[in-house]
Ligand binder design. Sequence first.
Ligand code: ATP
Length: 301
Amino acid sequence: LSQLFRPLDMLGMVYREIRQGLIDMEAMFRLVDTPAEVTDAPDAKPLAVTGGLVRFEDVTFHYDPERPILKGIDLSIRPGGTLAVVGPSGAGKSTLARILYRFYDISGGRVTIDGQDIAHVTQESLRRAIGIVPQDTVLFNDTIGYNIGYGREGATRNEIEAAAQGAAIHDFILSLPHGYETKVGERGLKLSGGEKQRVAIARSLLKNPPILILDEATSALDSRTEADIQATLRGVEQGRTTIVIAHRLSTIVHADEIVVLEAGRIAERGSHAELMARDGLYAEMWMRQASEAEEKDKEAA
Ligand code: ATP
């Protein structure tokens, strides 16, 4: 009999690995090519998160040695604090997040969490400590309950519902024909952009990580949904060290620090008020977005 079950055990193992692979893939924020092999150091220890102090110290990085991407980045995010990263397309914003997740090893400097170099801790412990709300959420052809529960293996129905409540999607789910058993994904119910984001938020709540990366979608949701999601996110950020990769400056006014990344360097940094007073790149981006928003409102009226 055990011979019969062994292959099934194997299958279970393979399945779990694939699932972890998918979680990692989602975390790559639509990054298509395979990253260079990142391996655990022989003496790697599990990361011990005590408060969630994240630091980048003179970090340099390239995908291709011919083309430096990050050129001496210094960042420090206090435990529970929020850092927002803004800047033109291609400046290296997503790259910063991928480096924190250690999809790639850096070529110079170090990245630490509570004083521990992330290159010297196990990848498994590092990735367990970091939650990601990606731009695009991958939904499986399965129930909505399953899709949320996949944020943490072994989550109970009660935990899944609590996470859905935290992400303000519980009532919506209850209104579906089969509640939590409703099939979603390509072959099921199609969720809107905002609903998908809420599924991603619920997954992160289940994972309950001390560090959170929010990768804001480029395409804006309608302004009411956007405001609702932002309010939910403010709650999720509480007590976690958060990095927001932002495209809409209106969503990061509350951040402790905003850094403007330009061609792999920090061009400006400070609070929203400080950066506005500086009247530089950030202020210019802010004015441009404000007038674009005004145009849109006029069109809609
Ligand atoms: P966006 O706002 O458009 O998402 P970004 O600031 O997040 O841009 P990154 O995705 O970090 O920019 O990319 C920074 C630079 O690195 C870009 O020039 C990009 O072409 C390059 N790049 C990104 N990923 C890879 C990769 N896997 N291999 C080679 N180059 C890459």
